[in-house]
Design a protein around this ligand. Sequence first.
Ligand code: NDP
Length: 465
Amino acid sequence: MTTERTPQTFVILGANGDLSSRLLLPGIGSLVESGQFTDLHLVGCDRQELTADEWKATLDGSLEEAGIDPEVRQKLASTTSYEQADVTKAADLARLLEDHGGSLVLYFALPPAVTITACQELSKLAVPPGTRLALEKPFGQDARTAAEFNELLAGMLPESQIHRVDHFLGLATVLNIVGLRFANRTIEPLLNNHHVASVEIVWDEDLALEGRGGYYDHAGALVDMIQSHLLQVLGFLTMEAPSAIEARDIRDGTARILRATSIWNDDPARFSRRARYSAGQIGDRQLPSYRDEEGVDPSRETETFAEIVVGIATWRWAGVPFRLRSGKALGNPRKEAIINFRPPEHLPVGLSGMRRPDRFRIGLGFGADKLRVDLTVNGPGDPWSLDPATLEADLGPGSLSEYAEVLKGILNDDPTLSVRGDAAVECWRIIDPVRRAWDADEVPLLEYPAGSRGPSGWPEAGLPG
Ligand code: NDP
């Protein structure tokens, strides 16, 4: 890993927004709290006029909310500054660059369309050579626009200095997959089409819109979750063993998988599903129908629950269906990757009662989660009667939040946990046929009551194998 270099200037463009206050500022706070980047000069930049004291109060409020140590809050507040700028204006961007020379990170925490315009304007200026650009998802709107955006960025800085952020890559539970797969002789040899029947990557949550209807209604579950996060998890779960935990090895590995991935049988009408929630209850929360949520235009027909089945055309994985699924406002939240093994080649005659083949369930939640291995054993009583048994281990939380982990990579000039340009395009290429099938109404938009398990008939149906 590269070593920390100081001092650095970290500019958040869109510093008054939701991402900045809920995730970026706390991420920076926890990095500094852990003793890293203690000389960081944090600059908030947004189009709103704020005094230095108002910005400090915003920063402090967000750090306090995240439980950051008062001494760290004080330290960051004593060095931070604020700049009002409209980042779609070249003159404002030029002033920012002039004011903050040296080792610079520009973090685009802006609406996606504003980010693209800001980069177009930035490309007309002389960006200092060591500058790193951090770009939030969604990166582009489809494979074509993502490729065009890549081209624009390539004209400005080397790829290693472009950090396309996917905070799932900073999740300790996702990074655990690497240790689990490549540090265990008993696991890795089984992960191929000889032994695996199917794989599911599921991110079902009980959260609904949480005030972000205006954003979500333009994205939907397919783009918000599957196009970015779950396809990145797929890459970690299926890539070949890297020789080292280094940017090139890891990113070559996941990009190769994504290049080989496509919708099962190239049939998006059959191997994708979509639905949205109707009014219902989760615990003591009453939820309105999605179509009645603030910021939602029902005629857009945005889905809150999406599922696709993909295949990976490699020697190792050909023939294994991978189901990627994510839904909101569900009554049975679960976040996990499940590897379903094939049944045993032969069950000795006389052994009875086998209920299901083995499976690994890898928890993917934020913070700590569990690894569960479901096996079949001789149960109590009649020794020839089989029973299910589960081995369980804790997957510990990381010492840093997922955003802090990603920010650390950016500040260390290490793109291992950033999405490479070609991989970003591949993720759109994989889902673009699904969006076309949905736009052409080839897949019905079903409904499920909030708090339910999803539309009836889901989730088991539709998985080939
Ligand atoms: P917000 O709309 O909350 O924040 C964006 C900020 O950018 C606002 O303060 C906005 O000001 C400001 N802004 C808009 N235009 C300009 C401009 N021309 N010049 C300077 N500032 C401008 O969005 P989010 O924080 O929610 O999202 C930011 C990015 O992060 C998006 O790409 C989103 O997809 C991504 N993201 C967000 C997550 C979240 O949980 N919020 C999670 C993961 C990714 P104003 O209010 O005046 O418009």
